[in-house]
Design a protein around this ligand. Structure first.
Ligand code: F6P
Length: 357
Protein backbone atom coordinates (compact mmCIF):
# COMPACT_ATOMS: atom_id res chain seq x y z
CA UNK A 1 0.00 0.00 0.00
CA UNK A 2 1.03 3.59 -0.54
CA UNK A 3 0.17 5.85 2.39
CA UNK A 4 -0.10 9.59 1.92
CA UNK A 5 0.43 11.94 4.85
CA UNK A 6 -0.10 15.66 5.21
CA UNK A 7 -0.08 18.19 8.03
CA UNK A 8 -2.80 20.80 7.97
CA UNK A 9 -3.66 23.86 10.04
CA UNK A 10 -1.35 25.61 12.48
CA UNK A 11 1.85 23.76 13.33
CA UNK A 12 2.50 22.35 16.76
CA UNK A 13 5.37 20.58 18.53
CA UNK A 14 5.20 16.84 17.87
CA UNK A 15 4.18 16.87 14.20
CA UNK A 16 7.53 15.42 13.21
CA UNK A 17 7.14 12.74 15.87
CA UNK A 18 3.90 11.68 14.15
CA UNK A 19 5.73 11.49 10.80
CA UNK A 20 8.48 9.49 12.49
CA UNK A 21 5.86 7.04 13.82
CA UNK A 22 4.08 6.74 10.47
CA UNK A 23 7.25 6.14 8.48
CA UNK A 24 8.64 3.60 10.96
CA UNK A 25 5.40 1.60 11.22
CA UNK A 26 4.77 1.72 7.46
CA UNK A 27 8.29 0.52 6.72
CA UNK A 28 7.82 -2.53 8.94
CA UNK A 29 4.67 -3.43 7.02
CA UNK A 30 6.33 -2.85 3.65
CA UNK A 31 4.17 0.21 2.89
CA UNK A 32 5.47 3.22 0.99
CA UNK A 33 4.93 6.70 2.48
CA UNK A 34 4.33 9.82 0.41
CA UNK A 35 4.44 13.13 2.29
CA UNK A 36 2.45 15.97 0.74
CA UNK A 37 3.87 19.44 1.25
CA UNK A 38 2.03 22.41 2.74
CA UNK A 39 -1.12 20.59 3.76
CA UNK A 40 -3.81 19.70 1.23
CA UNK A 41 -2.25 22.21 -1.16
CA UNK A 42 0.40 19.60 -1.96
CA UNK A 43 -2.32 17.49 -3.59
CA UNK A 44 -3.20 20.16 -6.13
CA UNK A 45 -1.46 20.13 -9.51
CA UNK A 46 1.43 20.38 -9.89
CA UNK A 47 1.43 18.05 -6.88
CA UNK A 48 4.14 18.70 -4.32
CA UNK A 49 5.26 15.62 -2.42
CA UNK A 50 8.23 13.63 -1.28
CA UNK A 51 8.79 9.95 -0.64
CA UNK A 52 9.57 9.34 3.04
CA UNK A 53 11.75 6.46 4.17
CA UNK A 54 13.17 5.83 7.66
CA UNK A 55 16.37 7.42 6.40
CA UNK A 56 14.50 10.70 5.76
CA UNK A 57 13.19 10.83 9.28
CA UNK A 58 16.45 10.35 11.17
CA UNK A 59 16.72 13.04 13.84
CA UNK A 60 13.30 14.63 13.25
CA UNK A 61 11.72 13.38 16.49
CA UNK A 62 13.19 16.27 18.42
CA UNK A 63 12.42 18.96 15.85
CA UNK A 64 9.60 21.47 16.23
CA UNK A 65 7.49 22.47 13.23
CA UNK A 66 7.00 19.96 10.45
CA UNK A 67 9.35 18.80 7.72
CA UNK A 68 6.34 18.70 5.37
CA UNK A 69 5.17 22.28 5.91
CA UNK A 70 1.57 23.18 6.69
CA UNK A 71 -1.00 25.91 6.19
CA UNK A 72 -4.21 27.07 7.79
CA UNK A 73 -5.23 28.96 4.65
CA UNK A 74 -5.62 27.90 1.05
CA UNK A 75 -8.15 25.98 -1.00
CA UNK A 76 -9.15 23.51 1.69
CA UNK A 77 -9.79 25.77 4.71
CA UNK A 78 -12.98 24.43 6.27
CA UNK A 79 -13.39 26.84 9.16
CA UNK A 80 -14.30 30.37 8.23
CA UNK A 81 -15.17 31.62 11.68
CA UNK A 82 -16.65 30.19 14.83
CA UNK A 83 -19.41 27.76 14.03
CA UNK A 84 -19.29 28.33 10.27
CA UNK A 85 -17.96 25.58 8.06
CA UNK A 86 -17.14 25.79 4.36
CA UNK A 87 -17.33 22.85 1.97
CA UNK A 88 -14.29 22.41 -0.24
CA UNK A 89 -15.48 23.18 -3.82
CA UNK A 90 -16.06 20.13 -6.05
CA UNK A 91 -13.47 21.16 -8.70
CA UNK A 92 -10.73 21.44 -6.04
CA UNK A 93 -11.67 18.03 -4.64
CA UNK A 94 -11.56 16.56 -8.15
CA UNK A 95 -8.07 17.98 -8.84
CA UNK A 96 -6.73 16.62 -5.57
CA UNK A 97 -8.37 13.25 -6.21
CA UNK A 98 -6.60 13.02 -9.56
CA UNK A 99 -3.27 13.25 -7.68
CA UNK A 100 -4.40 10.55 -5.25
CA UNK A 101 -5.30 8.29 -8.17
CA UNK A 102 -2.13 8.98 -10.15
CA UNK A 103 0.05 8.18 -7.16
CA UNK A 104 -2.19 5.23 -6.22
CA UNK A 105 -2.54 6.42 -2.63
CA UNK A 106 -4.42 3.75 -0.68
CA UNK A 107 -4.76 5.72 2.55
CA UNK A 108 -4.41 9.43 3.32
CA UNK A 109 -3.44 10.38 6.88
CA UNK A 110 -4.48 13.92 7.75
CA UNK A 111 -2.74 15.34 10.81
CA UNK A 112 -4.86 18.34 11.70
CA UNK A 113 -7.22 20.10 14.05
CA UNK A 114 -10.97 20.55 13.99
CA UNK A 115 -11.02 22.46 10.67
CA UNK A 116 -8.70 20.06 8.81
CA UNK A 117 -10.54 17.02 10.14
CA UNK A 118 -13.81 18.59 9.00
CA UNK A 119 -12.31 18.72 5.51
CA UNK A 120 -11.16 15.12 6.03
CA UNK A 121 -14.73 14.12 6.87
CA UNK A 122 -16.02 15.74 3.68
CA UNK A 123 -13.43 13.83 1.64
CA UNK A 124 -14.18 10.56 3.45
CA UNK A 125 -17.87 10.99 2.68
CA UNK A 126 -16.84 11.50 -0.95
CA UNK A 127 -15.17 8.09 -0.88
CA UNK A 128 -11.57 8.97 0.02
CA UNK A 129 -9.60 6.55 2.29
CA UNK A 130 -9.08 9.07 5.10
CA UNK A 131 -7.52 8.58 8.52
CA UNK A 132 -7.32 11.47 10.98
CA UNK A 133 -4.69 12.27 13.56
CA UNK A 134 -5.78 15.00 16.01
CA UNK A 135 -3.49 17.99 16.34
CA UNK A 136 -3.95 21.16 18.36
CA UNK A 137 -1.91 22.86 21.03
CA UNK A 138 -5.18 24.27 22.38
CA UNK A 139 -6.12 20.68 23.36
CA UNK A 140 -9.78 21.37 22.65
CA UNK A 141 -10.81 18.37 20.53
CA UNK A 142 -13.55 16.51 22.34
CA UNK A 143 -12.89 12.96 21.17
CA UNK A 144 -9.37 12.68 22.55
CA UNK A 145 -8.28 13.23 26.13
CA UNK A 146 -5.07 14.94 25.00
CA UNK A 147 -3.34 16.04 21.82
CA UNK A 148 0.40 16.26 21.25
CA UNK A 149 1.79 19.79 21.34
CA UNK A 150 -0.28 20.80 24.36
CA UNK A 151 2.32 19.67 26.88
CA UNK A 152 5.06 21.55 25.02
CA UNK A 153 2.94 24.72 24.96
CA UNK A 154 2.22 24.41 28.67
CA UNK A 155 5.94 23.97 29.37
CA UNK A 156 6.67 27.20 27.52
CA UNK A 157 4.02 29.01 29.57
CA UNK A 158 5.45 27.64 32.81
CA UNK A 159 8.95 28.73 31.84
CA UNK A 160 7.65 32.22 31.01
CA UNK A 161 5.77 32.47 34.32
CA UNK A 162 8.84 31.37 36.28
CA UNK A 163 10.74 34.21 34.66
CA UNK A 164 7.97 36.76 35.12
CA UNK A 165 7.64 35.74 38.76
CA UNK A 166 11.12 36.91 39.72
CA UNK A 167 10.88 40.26 37.96
CA UNK A 168 7.33 40.81 39.26
CA UNK A 169 8.52 40.23 42.82
CA UNK A 170 11.54 42.50 42.45
CA UNK A 171 9.39 45.40 41.24
CA UNK A 172 6.23 44.59 43.22
CA UNK A 173 4.30 44.63 39.97
CA UNK A 174 1.34 42.93 38.40
CA UNK A 175 2.46 40.89 35.39
CA UNK A 176 -0.05 39.75 32.79
CA UNK A 177 0.85 36.92 30.43
CA UNK A 178 -1.34 36.36 27.35
CA UNK A 179 -1.27 32.80 26.07
CA UNK A 180 -2.94 30.89 23.23
CA UNK A 181 -6.35 29.31 23.57
CA UNK A 182 -8.91 30.42 21.05
CA UNK A 183 -12.06 28.74 22.36
CA UNK A 184 -10.67 26.79 25.29
CA UNK A 185 -8.53 27.88 28.21
CA UNK A 186 -6.56 24.67 28.77
CA UNK A 187 -3.15 26.21 28.12
CA UNK A 188 -3.92 29.12 30.47
CA UNK A 189 -5.32 26.80 33.14
CA UNK A 190 -2.58 24.15 33.12
CA UNK A 191 0.18 26.68 32.56
CA UNK A 192 -1.25 28.98 35.22
CA UNK A 193 -1.51 26.27 37.85
CA UNK A 194 1.95 24.84 37.16
CA UNK A 195 3.55 28.28 36.86
CA UNK A 196 2.08 29.62 40.11
CA UNK A 197 -0.27 32.22 38.62
CA UNK A 198 -2.60 34.00 41.01
CA UNK A 199 -5.26 34.88 38.44
CA UNK A 200 -6.27 32.78 35.41
CA UNK A 201 -8.73 34.07 32.81
CA UNK A 202 -10.20 31.62 30.30
CA UNK A 203 -12.79 31.93 27.50
CA UNK A 204 -15.21 29.62 29.29
CA UNK A 205 -15.48 31.70 32.47
CA UNK A 206 -16.65 35.33 32.20
CA UNK A 207 -14.72 37.54 34.61
CA UNK A 208 -15.26 40.92 36.20
CA UNK A 209 -12.46 43.33 37.10
CA UNK A 210 -13.86 43.98 40.60
CA UNK A 211 -13.10 40.37 41.56
CA UNK A 212 -9.56 40.63 40.22
CA UNK A 213 -8.93 43.86 42.12
CA UNK A 214 -10.36 42.31 45.28
CA UNK A 215 -7.91 39.40 44.95
CA UNK A 216 -4.94 41.69 44.30
CA UNK A 217 -5.81 43.86 47.32
CA UNK A 218 -6.22 40.77 49.46
CA UNK A 219 -2.75 39.64 48.38
CA UNK A 220 -1.34 43.05 49.27
CA UNK A 221 -2.78 42.72 52.79
CA UNK A 222 -1.17 39.27 53.04
CA UNK A 223 2.20 40.81 52.16
CA UNK A 224 2.30 39.61 48.54
CA UNK A 225 3.05 42.70 46.53
CA UNK A 226 3.26 41.06 43.12
CA UNK A 227 0.58 39.21 41.19
CA UNK A 228 0.84 36.94 38.16
CA UNK A 229 -2.09 36.92 35.76
CA UNK A 230 -2.48 34.45 32.86
CA UNK A 231 -5.08 35.26 30.25
CA UNK A 232 -6.09 33.13 27.27
CA UNK A 233 -6.26 35.03 23.99
CA UNK A 234 -9.91 33.97 23.64
CA UNK A 235 -11.03 35.28 27.04
CA UNK A 236 -13.71 37.92 26.63
CA UNK A 237 -13.77 41.35 28.23
CA UNK A 238 -16.54 41.77 30.84
CA UNK A 239 -18.78 43.39 28.20
CA UNK A 240 -18.48 40.15 26.22
CA UNK A 241 -16.06 41.32 23.52
CA UNK A 242 -13.17 39.33 22.11
CA UNK A 243 -9.99 41.35 21.57
CA UNK A 244 -8.76 40.88 18.00
CA UNK A 245 -5.74 41.92 15.98
CA UNK A 246 -7.48 41.98 12.62
CA UNK A 247 -10.24 40.21 10.79
CA UNK A 248 -8.54 37.69 8.56
CA UNK A 249 -10.67 37.96 5.40
CA UNK A 250 -12.25 34.62 4.64
CA UNK A 251 -10.68 32.93 7.65
CA UNK A 252 -10.73 32.89 11.41
CA UNK A 253 -10.33 36.18 13.22
CA UNK A 254 -6.81 36.73 14.60
CA UNK A 255 -7.02 37.05 18.33
CA UNK A 256 -4.62 39.10 20.42
CA UNK A 257 -4.46 42.07 22.76
CA UNK A 258 -6.56 40.93 25.72
CA UNK A 259 -3.39 40.84 27.86
CA UNK A 260 -2.69 44.53 27.24
CA UNK A 261 -6.32 45.43 27.93
CA UNK A 262 -6.37 43.51 31.20
CA UNK A 263 -3.03 45.02 32.23
CA UNK A 264 -4.00 48.64 31.58
CA UNK A 265 -7.35 48.24 33.36
CA UNK A 266 -5.72 46.60 36.38
CA UNK A 267 -3.12 49.38 36.58
CA UNK A 268 -5.86 52.00 36.55
CA UNK A 269 -8.01 50.20 39.12
CA UNK A 270 -5.25 49.20 41.55
CA UNK A 271 -2.72 51.97 41.05
CA UNK A 272 -0.05 49.29 40.86
CA UNK A 273 2.52 49.22 38.09
CA UNK A 274 1.45 46.56 35.63
CA UNK A 275 3.18 45.07 32.61
CA UNK A 276 1.94 42.65 30.02
CA UNK A 277 3.66 40.13 27.82
CA UNK A 278 2.28 38.04 24.95
CA UNK A 279 3.81 34.59 24.40
CA UNK A 280 2.28 34.09 20.96
CA UNK A 281 3.99 31.67 18.64
CA UNK A 282 6.76 30.86 21.10
CA UNK A 283 4.17 28.33 22.31
CA UNK A 284 3.93 26.73 18.90
CA UNK A 285 7.62 26.63 17.99
CA UNK A 286 10.55 24.71 19.34
CA UNK A 287 11.28 21.16 20.37
CA UNK A 288 8.45 18.97 21.68
CA UNK A 289 8.58 17.69 25.25
CA UNK A 290 9.25 14.00 25.85
CA UNK A 291 5.53 13.44 26.39
CA UNK A 292 4.64 15.02 23.03
CA UNK A 293 7.34 13.05 21.21
CA UNK A 294 5.98 9.78 22.59
CA UNK A 295 2.33 10.73 22.05
CA UNK A 296 3.02 11.91 18.49
CA UNK A 297 4.95 8.74 17.65
CA UNK A 298 2.16 6.54 19.06
CA UNK A 299 -0.48 8.46 17.10
CA UNK A 300 1.52 7.93 13.90
CA UNK A 301 1.89 4.21 14.54
CA UNK A 302 -1.85 3.86 15.26
CA UNK A 303 -2.71 5.75 12.05
CA UNK A 304 -0.73 3.20 10.02
CA UNK A 305 -2.46 0.34 11.88
CA UNK A 306 -5.84 1.82 10.93
CA UNK A 307 -4.67 2.11 7.31
CA UNK A 308 -3.50 -1.51 7.29
CA UNK A 309 -6.88 -2.62 8.64
CA UNK A 310 -8.79 -0.45 6.16
CA UNK A 311 -10.48 1.44 9.00
CA UNK A 312 -11.08 4.64 7.11
CA UNK A 313 -13.09 7.61 8.35
CA UNK A 314 -11.58 7.15 11.81
CA UNK A 315 -9.43 9.44 13.92
CA UNK A 316 -6.72 8.34 16.31
CA UNK A 317 -7.74 9.11 19.86
CA UNK A 318 -6.16 8.93 23.32
CA UNK A 319 -8.39 7.72 26.14
CA UNK A 320 -7.49 6.33 29.56
CA UNK A 321 -3.76 5.91 28.85
CA UNK A 322 -4.54 4.03 25.64
CA UNK A 323 -4.27 5.05 21.97
CA UNK A 324 -7.35 3.96 20.03
CA UNK A 325 -9.64 5.47 17.40
CA UNK A 326 -13.09 7.03 16.99
CA UNK A 327 -15.16 7.93 13.91
CA UNK A 328 -14.04 11.35 12.61
CA UNK A 329 -17.65 12.47 12.59
CA UNK A 330 -17.78 12.01 16.37
CA UNK A 331 -14.63 14.08 16.79
CA UNK A 332 -15.26 17.26 14.84
CA UNK A 333 -17.36 20.30 15.68
CA UNK A 334 -17.49 19.46 19.36
CA UNK A 335 -14.96 21.28 21.43
CA UNK A 336 -13.68 20.08 24.79
CA UNK A 337 -13.94 23.12 27.00
CA UNK A 338 -12.86 23.94 30.54
CA UNK A 339 -15.82 23.22 32.82
CA UNK A 340 -16.11 25.89 35.53
CA UNK A 341 -17.34 23.31 38.06
CA UNK A 342 -14.73 20.67 37.22
CA UNK A 343 -12.40 19.14 39.78
CA UNK A 344 -9.43 20.90 38.16
CA UNK A 345 -10.95 24.37 38.47
CA UNK A 346 -12.14 23.63 42.01
CA UNK A 347 -8.61 22.48 42.93
CA UNK A 348 -7.13 25.63 41.41
CA UNK A 349 -9.55 27.76 43.43
CA UNK A 350 -8.66 25.78 46.55
CA UNK A 351 -5.06 26.93 46.27
CA UNK A 352 -6.13 30.53 45.84
CA UNK A 353 -6.25 30.98 42.06
CA UNK A 354 -8.85 33.56 41.11
CA UNK A 355 -10.82 33.24 37.87
CA UNK A 356 -12.63 36.54 38.28
CA UNK A 357 -16.01 34.78 38.32
O1 F6P B 1 -5.57 26.94 17.04
C1 F6P B 1 -4.29 27.06 17.46
C2 F6P B 1 -3.86 28.49 17.53
O2 F6P B 1 -2.56 28.45 18.06
C3 F6P B 1 -4.76 29.42 18.32
O3 F6P B 1 -4.58 29.34 19.71
C4 F6P B 1 -4.39 30.76 17.74
O4 F6P B 1 -5.46 31.65 17.84
C5 F6P B 1 -4.12 30.43 16.31
O5 F6P B 1 -3.76 29.08 16.26
C6 F6P B 1 -3.03 31.30 15.71
O6 F6P B 1 -2.97 31.06 14.35
P1 F6P B 1 -1.92 31.75 13.36
O7 F6P B 1 -0.66 30.95 13.44
O8 F6P B 1 -2.56 31.66 12.02
O9 F6P B 1 -1.69 33.15 13.83
Amino acid sequence: MKIGVLNSGGDCPGLNAVIHGIVGAADQLGFEVIGFRDGFEGLLPPASFTRLTPRDTIGILKLGGTILGTTNKGHFAAKVGKGSIAEVPADIVAQAKATMDQLEIGALIIVGGDGSLTTGLQLFRAGWPIIGVPKTIDNDLSATAITFGFDSAVSTVVDALDRLHTTAESHKRIMVLEVMGRHAGWIALWGGIAGGANIVLVPEMPFCFEKLVERIKQRELQGNHSTLVVVAEGAKLPAGDLVTLDANAGGEVRLGGIGDRVASTLQTLTGKETRSCTLGHLQRGGAPTALDRILGMRFGVMAVKLAAEGKFGRMVSYQSYHVDSVPIQDAVNQLRLVQPDSELVIAAKAVGICFGD
